[in-house]
Design a protein around this ligand. Structure first.
Ligand SMILES: Nc1nc2ncn(CCNC(CO)CO)c2c(=O)[nH]1
Length: 272
């Protein structure tokens, strides 16, 4: 990872938005609607930001949105980058490095995911308690730049306990039934097979997706606190014995957006 590119991109963005965002948000498939809630937004298309990739997936816009969300200065990624798009892990996680350089302290990462835990129902929100990196690689492989983080980062609390505790309390206050579980990150772009789902369940997985793990690894390397939320957009392969498709993912996230918006806005306010 080239530190000069991180500093250059951050300098470009600081010219556009002078405040220091405390919270960074990565909005998954169909969840970008949260960025539309940002007050006095400053929107910067990814293709204008030096060394930023561009999103190529339906349900992922392609812009950074700075502004006020429930009284807190935030920067939201309306559209994320995925390894399956052909981007390197460096490219996928570059926005997290830039968020750190901008002064972000807490990263809220969201995604749409398949339910591996058979007690889940499409439309559930799941607080991520931990993750399993099933992507066969790691964004930190290669020379370590100590200016960015330590060589061997601790991952025993990748998802901050205090933030998760507060998030569960807020869910109760809002009467939102939030699950909690382990997110498994696959490379994609294929959805998982029924046999893989059975393996992931044996391994302790509760939800499966194609993102989040690289961004969280880099966020922890950079010293950001992390809170993760999955929107269970369908059940994983073999559970309902029906084919999986991206259109269903988008449809389900559309159905849950009211609860999702209310919940994440309350979480942000609590982090002020
Ligand atoms: N069974 C299952 N359901 C899912 N819903 C969302 N995703 C995350 C992947 N999202 C892709 C394709 O929808 C777009 O980024 C998945 C997944 O990987 N598996």
């Amino acid at each position: 990872m080239d530190v000069n590119k991180i500093v250059n991109a951050a300098s470009f963005l600081k010219e556009k938005y002078s405040k220091v965002p405390k919270i960074g948000l990565i909005l998954g498939s169909g969840l970008g609607v949260l960025a539309d809630e940002i007050i006095e937004p400053v929107k910067i298309p990814y293709n204008e930001i030096p060394d930023f990739p561009v999103s190529t997936v339906e349900g992922h816009a392609g812009q950074l949105v700075f502004g006020d969300l429930n009284g807190v200065d935030v920067v939201a990624m309306q559209g994320r980058f995925h390894y399956y798009e052909g981007y390197s892990f460096d490219k996928v996680t570059f926005p997290v490095r830039v968020m750190k350089e901008l002064g972000v302290e807490i990263l809220i990462v969201t995604n749409a995911a398949g339910g591996v835990n058979e007690s889940f129902t499409p439309g559930d929100l799941m607080l991520i308690s931990d993750h399993i990196n099933n992507m066969g690689s790691n964004p930190l492989i290669g020379p370590n730049d100590s200016k960015l983080g330590v060589r061997f980062p601790d991952m025993s609390e990748a998802y901050a306990k205090d933030l998760r505790k507060a998030a569960k309390e807020i869910a109760q206050q809002l009467n939102i039934n939030v699950k909690e579980g382990v997110y498994v990150g696959n490379t994609g772009p294929t959805y998982e097979t029924p046999a893989e789902v059975r393996l992931l369940r044996v391994l302790g997985g509760d939800a499966v997706g194609m993102s989040t793990v690289p961004e969280v690894i880099v966020a922890r390397h950079a010293g950001l606190k992390v809170l993760g939320i999955s929107c269970i957009s369908n059940m994983a392969a073999g559970i309902l014995d029906q084919p999986l498709n991206h259109e269903e993912v988008i449809e389900t996230t559309e159905k849950v957006k009211k609860d999702f918006l209310q919940y994440v806005k309350a979480l942000v306010k609590n982090m002020a």
